[in-house]
Design a protein around this ligand. Sequence first.
Ligand code: ADP
Ligand code: MG
Length: 262
Amino acid sequence: MIELRGITKRFDGTTVLDGLDLDITDRHIVTIIGPSGSGKSTLLRIIDGLERPEAGSIRFTGDNSRAKGEAAQGSDTSHSPLEVDLANASAREIKQLRSRVGFVFQNYNLFANKTVLQNVTEGLIYAQGMSKSQANKLALEQLDRVGMADFADRHPSTLSGGQQQRVGIARAIALDPDLLVLDEPTSALDPEMVGGVLQTIAQLAHEGMTMLMATHEMRFARDASHHMVFVEHGRIVEQGSPEQLFDHPEHPRTAEFLSSFV
Ligand code: ADP
Ligand code: MG
């Protein structure tokens, strides 16, 4: 289980996240939906230590029971308990947090001057201190997982957006995270590229990867999520199973928001 508590973030005096609490069950895919500007990206960035909140904590309970061997092979990270006071975290704690969380960006954020393989090995060598040969081997396995091993020697600019995003996913999962965070991973893609990336995400879900994803892909969210969270103005308006939110929303705003997608 991963528990977020009291996440509060202000920008220039404006409250963007207002004491938000959220539980993420191991091996579940949790999707966050909500209007633009509701605080989704800010929340995800806080979870990966990219943004510091005014208050809030994250706790990894450490009983992550996901099947070993499907993630980074050869890595025997213990996935032990970890609690971080996000408002007051030291550089060391942020580094620990980053080692638990993989982040997939809307715009892939690949290194343009590096090959596909180097994009994946970079973190393994510099963050995890792996040898180059070990990193290459692991990176190729991760690229294979997302169907991109044949592109290992290419540069990002020679790939489609969908292919680049699959490399972004391989890079994030190579570090064997307890949680994979995805911020609208398909929203920058041409429509014909969306399916392949969603399929990759569905495959990871099937393998038991714990994921938290902001998305506007409502059909996918409905089909793939274990749990959905509707956020507005930095607060959770309603959360529950996809069936609950789509078919039996308790809050009129949930119904109104979802009806804008049909
Ligand atoms: P979402 O991802 O749901 O569209 P964001 O988390 O990106 O929402 O933004 C939430 C609010 O915080 C918005 O009003 C946005 O303008 C504001 N915001 C986000 N990042 C910054 C920043 N670095 N500086 C100032 N305001 C920001
Ligand atoms: Mg956003």
